[in-house]
Design a protein. Structure first.
Length: 77
């Protein structure tokens, strides 16, 4: 699972998928969060983090991860 870049709100973020199904989110060399998808049903995924990050921003990043993984056909979504 290779890292990839996403642009969110004008910021370039690096997403590093992990074997345990979580995602590390970096801006440059600074770790912003570790996001965990909570797949509640086939249509709804809640994005959670224990890091100091606004829940809405975590959801925005999570939705971008979902879109990236759908288009690259190797993710869990």
């Amino acid at each position: 699972m290779d890292p990839y870049e996403l642009m969110i709100g004008g910021a370039q973020l690096t997403i590093r998928p992990r074997e345990d199904g979580t995602y590390l989110v970096f801006r440059g060399e600074t770790k912003l969060a570790q996001l965990s998808p909570d797949i509640t049903d086939e249509e709804d995924i809640l994005w959670e983090t224990a890091d100091w990050m606004d829940a809405e921003y975590a959801t925005t990043i999570g939705k971008a991860i979902e879109e990236h993984e759908k288009h690259n056909a190797y993710g869990p979504f």
